[in-house]
Design a protein around this ligand. Structure first.
Ligand SMILES: [Fe+2]
Ligand SMILES: [Fe+2]
Length: 178
């Protein structure tokens, strides 16, 4: 059985290029649930997904690298969904998996397991289930982490985050220019 520290090490070992990517920094400037940033949430989901793979004895059936990368990128939508001035994020719950996948494909080479697990992680809110075990692990870890984070008492005293640095902000015009 893997210890908590070892799980953390594995996530950093297999996910270091994701964790160190410049655009991943945007996630540190956005709250996801409660007082937890999208970056912290993504690391938690990756650790919990690896924990489940270990405790459910799934090592023979999964690819650890794909599991870690899909978990780290599952919410790579790169905006703060709490701010919805023009109504763009009204359907965030349904639309963000595709946005996350689109952004992730701009920055990383992703295999089919990683792509599908990112795209289907909101199942059953979005009706099509994941195709791979890795996807089910990400979905399960995400639901549990999100519930814990949302109902944590820390949400009542969360500090304001620094805004996303100007050069990292994604707007429709920067997207078109890219
Ligand atoms: Fe999500
Ligand atoms: Fe999530």
């Amino acid at each position: 059985m893997l210890a908590r520290q070892r799980i953390h090490e594995l996530v950093h070992e297999y996910g270091h290029d994701v964790l160190e990517h410049e655009r991943m920094r945007i996630e540190k400037h956005c709250y996801q649930h409660g007082a937890v940033t999208t970056f912290e949430h993504s690391v938690r989901v990756a650790c919990l997904a690896v924990y489940f793979a270990d405790r459910l004895h799934l090592w023979r059936f999964i690819d650890l690298r794909s599991l870690v990368r899909a978990a780290l990128l599952h919410d790579y939508f790169l905006y703060d969904w709490h701010y919805d001035g023009d109504g763009t994020h009204k359907l965030h719950g349904f639309t963000h998996p595709r946005r996350a996948l689109t952004n992730a494909l701009e920055d990383f080479d992703l295999n089919p397991v990683e792509r599908n697990s990112i795209l289907r992680h909101m199942f059953p809110l979005t009706p099509i289930p994941p195709r791979y075990i890795e996807g089910y692990l990400v979905t399960m870890a995400d639901k549990i982490s999100a519930t814990r984070e949302t109902f944590s008492m820390a949400r009542f005293s969360k500090p304001a985050l620094a805004p996303v640095p100007e050069r990292l902000v994604i707007t429709d015009s920067t997207k078109k220019a890219a």
